[in-house]
Design a protein around this ligand. Structure first.
Ligand code: FAD
Ligand code: SF4
Length: 519
């Protein structure tokens, strides 16, 4: 390939077709670099569907760029000269093409950004980092909001400002449509009988995708997870079909059943758009606009549409702002001092707890689960059991098709494991087996009883919930949002406390979690 003036590095989660235009790339003078490297599939154990999705989407993207006239240097995984690290491939491209500058959209992983900076510094070459335009709130705007005399960052206030700034679901008088900012009280319903749902859209793998699936199976025969199929969108056209399918068939109950779970029905009314959004195959604001249009046409109610809009312009943008504001040190946080090992069954789903068997099994088979299995079943269990938050983060990052560090880290370390000293949430999301019983049908037929905390039939969630509150009683005593829980803990007599603690200790040993404290 002849030399290039500007080299645009396109990472696997930066597949927006508009990026070369935004970067001002010249078809004649400049070039694009894309690289399939083992390092990105191995720095955390990656589910085979996650790896295959990234590679298949990258190959489709590269073909589109070539069709559009761009010069693309593409390092294939099976090339004998591949160095198998992004920094190695960038170094090689710089040596061959001799560009004056490297341009990259801000990486969604601070580890990758540091690697790119190091390579460019060593090569004494200019590096231009473009802002990621899939977010409507720039990092400067987020930091201005966060630093504006606030004692703490509250997503709800950020979200209201974003609604105002973008004019989404606002009436002519500047008030929120429907008279409320959120409809949470209407959005906590569970199913009393099996829900009747249509299958959600599943992309059909073409030759390129099938080739990648074979390559992944061959390269990583021992990778975690199963890949009977790869239903995830790998092109913008497929992502648009996935969005249309959600708007037409599931949005109308999205908010209402947002927190519900049902065995054998992982999707329910969720969109399953996260991987397409994270890989930039679809513009998140197109998803928001499509949902608002459905509301305006009377096809979905305000509580369902507002719930969906909040996930995207509220949670997604808030989480991303926190990631860059907190910086690389965020990964080392362990605010509750938990040091237990991640149980082996997280990788297989092989456990006698029905809820965990279903939720983990869906991840092993499908590399995806909606928010509540992540937060209130899997994450809740790890937190209650005292697993090290770093191990939990690595598991979530590698096992879901939508795992990208900017979004996984604050969701896991902050929202789910409360390891970040309360940056993302004012209190830990913890619940006993009773919550799972209320929101799902998992407990029916489980060998454990969600109401019991001691004894052979005691539900592990319930035992560990009380043990967790006892272990952290001093820390939570001054948290007003924990007052009710701590009042209940105060009612336990010494004998009951000892029994809970003994049962939790035995359980952790049986599950291979070991001691919670560092030894
Ligand atoms: C422990 C834990 C780990 C998580 N890890 C990830 C992850 O690695 N990648 C990821 O994309 N999401 C993650 N989330 C957030 C959320 O669970 C997923 O975005 C969502 O379940 C994806 O399914 P969906 O596309 O059907 O989302 P829907 O429920 O249909 O929501 C629509 C969209 O809103 C956005 N969204 C919703 N919630 C969040 C959130 N909390 N943070 C950021 N964006 C959000 C996503 O783009 C999502 O596609 C995690 C949540 C928890 C509690
Ligand atoms: S009883 Fe406990 S372990 Fe069993 S499904 Fe219910 S919450 Fe899960």
């Amino acid at each position: 390939m002849r030399s290039a003036d500007t080299l645009l590095l396109v990472l696997g989660d930066q597949l927006d077709r508009r990026v070369p235009k935004w970067a001002g790339l010249d078809l004649e003078r400049d070039a694009v670099l894309m690289a399939e490297v083992r390092e990105e599939a191995e720095h955390v154990p990656s589910h085979r569907q996650r790896t295959a999705l990234f590679l298949a989407a990258m190959r489709h993207h590269a073909m589109d760029l070539v069709d559009a006239g761009y010069r693309v240097r593409y390092a294939r995984l099976d090339s004998s000269v591949n160095t198998h690290s992004l920094s190695g491939e960038l170094e090689r491209a710089i040596a061959t093409l001799g560009p004056r500058r490297v341009v990259v959209v801000r990486p969604g992983d601070l580890r990758v950004q540091a690697d790119i900076e190091r390579v460019c510094r060593r090569a004494a070459i200019e590096l231009r980092v473009e802002e990621d335009r899939s977010f409507t709130c720039s990092l400067d705007e987020f930091n201005a909001w966060a630093g504006d005399g606030r004692k703490r960052l509250t997503m709800e206030y950020f979200y209201r400002e974003r609604r105002r700034a973008l004019g989404i679901l606002m009436d002519a008088k500047g008030k929120p449509t429907g008279g409320q900012w959120n409809f949470d009280t209407e959005n906590r319903r569970s199913f009393s009988k099996a829900p009747s749902l249509r299958d959600s859209y599943a992309a059909r793998p073409d030759t390129v995708t099938r080739e990648v699936m074979t390559l992944v199976e061959k390269t990583w025969p021992d990778a975690y997870g199963r890949m009977a199929q790869l239903p995830w969108a790998v092109t913008p056209a497929q992502a648009k079909r996935a969005l249309d399918d959600f708007i037409d068939n599931r949005l109308c109950q999205f908010g209402t059943y947002e927190d519900a779970m049902w065995a054998g029905e992982p999707t329910l009314h969720h969109s399953r758009l996260s991987s397409a959004i994270n890989l930039k195959l679809i513009d998140p604001m197109d998803c928001v606009r499509a949902a608002v249009k459905a509301f305006e046409e009377g096809r979905a109610a305000i509580n369902d549409v507002e719930g969906f809009v909040r996930q995207i312009i509220g949670w997604r943008e808030f989480i991303r702002g926190v990631y860059y504001r907190e910086g690389p040190d965020y990964h080392n946080r362990n605010g509750l001092g938990q040091h237990g090992a991640l149980p082996e069954f997280f990788w297989t789903g092989d456990t006698d707890m029905q809820c965990m068997r279903h939720c983990l099994g869906e991840v092993v088979d499908g590399a995806w689960g909606h928010h509540i299995p992540r937060l209130m079943v899997i994450g809740n269990f790890a937190l209650l059991a005292g697993v090290h938050p770093g191990a939990v983060h690595q598991w979530f990052l590698g096992m879901y098709v939508d795992g990208v560090d900017w979004v996984t880290a604050p969701n896991v370390l902050g929202m789910s494991q409360h390891a970040d000293h309360g940056v993302v949430g004012t209190k830990p999301y913890v619940a006993s087996g009773r919550y799972i019983q209320r929101m799902s049908n998992y407990c029916k037929g489980c060998r454990y009883d969600p109401a019991r905390r001691i004894g052979e039939k005691a539900c592990p969630f319930t035992t560990l919930y009380w043990d967790f509150l006892l272990r952290h009683a001093r820390q939570f005593a001054s948290n007003p949002r924990m007052a009710m829980m701590m009042k209940n803990v105060a009612r336990l007599d010494d004998d009951e406390r000892r029994k809970i603690s003994d049962q939790a200790h035995a359980l952790r040993n049986r599950l291979g979690i070991g001691p919670v404290s560092a030894t």
